[in-house]
Structures are given as structure tokens and as C-alpha cells.
Design a protein around this ligand. Sequence first.
Ligand SMILES: [Zn+2]
Length: 184
Amino acid sequence: MYRYREVSAKLWRRLCAACYGHAVSGSKRALFIDWGGTLAFTRNNRTVVDAAGNPVLMDNVAATLKRERPRYDACFIVSNQARIAKGEISEAEVARRFAWANEELGRPFTEWRLCPHADADGCPCRKPRPGMFLELARLHDVDLRASTHVGDSEKDRDAAAAAGVGSFVWAADFFGWSTTPGRA
Ligand SMILES: [Zn+2]
């Protein structure tokens, strides 16, 4: 078990060499979706939870995924979770919330990835770096150019571009929000 702040950027690059060392040219179209501000409502960069401790999902998420998910072979959550590095939430709790959303939404997600690091850790998976996309593409035979990323921040957009994901769609457009509640 790594204590995140003690792992150097150099080591992270070596750990992720498998992601970077191979050209990715799979056959599946994938929908990559950000979490905070895209799937889940956030306030002060924290996921808002209800009385039961479960995430409050953004408007139109359920209906939009039900409509759009069949157009893709696979669907992944890709999420920066720097609050884990700061000790403000556990990785297990973040994973529990993703699993809860998966059940709540009728299991649209093939898998999910989170980056538990902060900027200072230099992790190759933290958006705007492409590590999470590249790893999932390699594991799931994804054609990144034929795939789409939905997100609410410039980090999301830049990570998708760095990974070679063919399309980026702002969450407000994808989910049809008349205002953009995910973008303060
Ligand atoms: Zn990371």
C-alpha cells in the first residue's frame, strides 16, 4: 500500500509504463464520464450526499444515460479524487459511491477509475493527464478515436485530448442542462 505523497513522480511513471508503452487501437466505442459536477452534484469540490449518505446525481443523468448508453460498447467513470490524498475521504468510500450510482442507474458502467492523488504527486493518471483513459482502453479493447468523454472542466477536456479520445462533450450539453450547475 503506497502512501500517496511518498511516491515520486518518477515511480508513478514507471508504474504506469504499461499504459504509455503501447499504442492503443482497440475496436470498442466507449463513453468516458467524469464524476464530480458531471454525474454527481458537488459543492466546494465535494460530492453532495443525501440523508442516507449516497450521492445526489445531477439532473437528467438517468434519462440521458438510458438513451445514450446503448450507442456505446462500454462506459467508464474517470474521476480525479485528490481529497483521498488529503485524507478527507477514503478510496473505499469513493468506490462505494460509484457502485451505488451504478446500481441506481441500472448498471451502465463497465468499470471505473479514480486518481487518488493531488497535483504535487505528479501522477500520470490525474486529469489533465491521460493515464486513466489509456489504461481502460488497453484493458477493454477501446478505440479511443471512436470514443467520447463527457466532463465539466478544462482538465477533463484536456485529458481526453491527451489520450486521443475523439470527442469531448461538455456535461451541460450532454445532459441538456439549461443552466450549467456543474460549472460554478
Ligand atoms: Zn493517480
